[in-house]
Ligand binder design. Sequence first.
Ligand code: LR7
Ligand code: MN
Length: 572
Amino acid sequence: NGNVINAGGAGGGLRNELDEADIPPTAAKARPKDLGRLSSEKKPRKKAAIPLKPKAQDDTRQVIDPPVNFEESLGEMGKPVTLPNVISDEMKKAVDDGWTNNAFNQYVSDLISVHRTLPDPRDAWCKDTARYLSNLPATDIIICFHNEAWTVLLRTVHSVLDRSPEHLIGKIILVDDYSNMPHLKKQLEDYFAAYPKVQIVRGQKREGLIRARLLGASYAKSPVLTYLDSHCECTEGWLEPLLDRIARNSTTVVCPVIDVINDDTLEYHYRDSSGVNVGGFDWSLQFSWHAVPEREKKRHNSTAEPVYSPTMAGGLFSIDREFFNHLGTYDSGFDIWGGENLELSFKTWMCGGTLEIVPCSHVGHIFRKRSPYKWRSGVNVLRKNSVRLAEVWLDDYAQYYYYRIGNEKGDFGDVSDRKKLREDLQCKSFKWYLDNIYPELFIPGDAVAQGEIRNEPSSMCLDLPEKMEDDLPLSVYPCHGQGGNQYWMLSKTGEIRRDDFCLDYAGKDVVLYSCHGGKGNQFWTYRENTKQLHHGTSGKCLAINEAKDKVLMEECGSSLTRQEWVLEGYDS
Ligand code: LR7
Ligand code: MN
């Protein structure tokens, strides 16, 4: 097959320390048989032809038999597909296997056409084609996958072919990162043999998504590179607004709005452009979403105009191929997953580019609650990637990250090449980036205390899980001195915070709540002499209970030992 390349591995000489996955074989055989239960109107059909209009002039849009039995109308227009409450044991097993293997509802995906229709999520503003240059550069689309579900992968590719102007797509490069699911072998090659634009590149070992992306880029020839995850759906008009920005300025890196495809029902969710978010991060170097800041809103007449974003989520973006090379692509020392999105974001801004989210471009993504594939045993991959990132790009601010990981940097390998890259490109400082591109980020150095908050007599510390959310009640845990979940900051304005969350007391439990900056229920004062943490609106003090297993709020002074807190690094 002329469209299949068995690559020698990106860059060569890369080690393969991966324990290869023993992922159970795909449920390819366990496909739904019992379709009659799902629809009262239509009879199930075996191997039905996809009843969508083919575009005769476009040979990439031939109609071919769907890979699975399917019910023509399910999931069309991005509607949710729900299974009946009562299903056969056989079907239940197929559903469960689908979840186990993919961490989304593969069974439901298999019921939906790989050419399904979607709603048009664009604002009217976007549909004026005069907004886009007529002479747009073509792009190659690079989709990396490690053990992706058949219908989900096909739907990703077809959504590109079905909803992009033919002349703007060079190649679609599918990079197989050493999958072992059987449908991704010959079956995949046979299927795409009929699609001249689709090329399959296979790595010879598990590289992880970052090196897989570099491998894909090495086969690209179009002026622009567009990356997508392998479980996406592109909507009408998604591509032109992205390419337009790059055509106007080749140092602009652009991301579509990422809509949510429900992991259970595959429903397509979207909001209008007033709900667009931009990317940020916190000092554990985790990516986070935020509303468009006021300073940015002021630059625009319409919420549909491209907005500056301090960071990108990582999976879905377009970049000028030469600019990507100029920036030194990705750090190929990054393993498996993570960190690369912040690396590219920081570099883009610090080394002369601009990063934008384009509200006129919408692409759906199946967000999962866990990672279904095997990582690497014995190594904290994400930490290693993040330490490399911090070493090269964060200057003195790296200390805030290191504090969060208890200063356990581990073996992060050699970063001298990446430091040299930064020097050669004469990139700006991280301070410049924070001051100008992400002024909303709270800087721990601006806090009056940072570290643990300890009840000395009991050696218990305020502690909350890393995965923070609104209304999570504050808890305590024996002090471990490693930062992490016991890391807090007292801000100059009286917030006790971690990242964007603040301790908040509204009369019931002390909970975590998104910082609002309005003092009120989030206003605390530390009384240095008595070591009490006094709460503004209630006038009460924070205390540990008698059993020393939770916190409560009580009259100040009712207990001296239970209300006595030592704030690490406190400096009034
Ligand atoms: O070893 C691997 N090899 C791969 O080829 C591991 C993964 N992959 C593939 C995988 O099949 C998928 O297509 O890489 C892609 C991303 O992996 P996911 O989908 O398991 O992870 P994710 O959706 O959480 O990934 C987000 O963060 C990643 C690491 O930083 C990448 O940047 C992803 O591209 C990114 N996804 C998005 O930005 C979509 C929106 C999610 C958000 C926020
Ligand atoms: Mn993904």
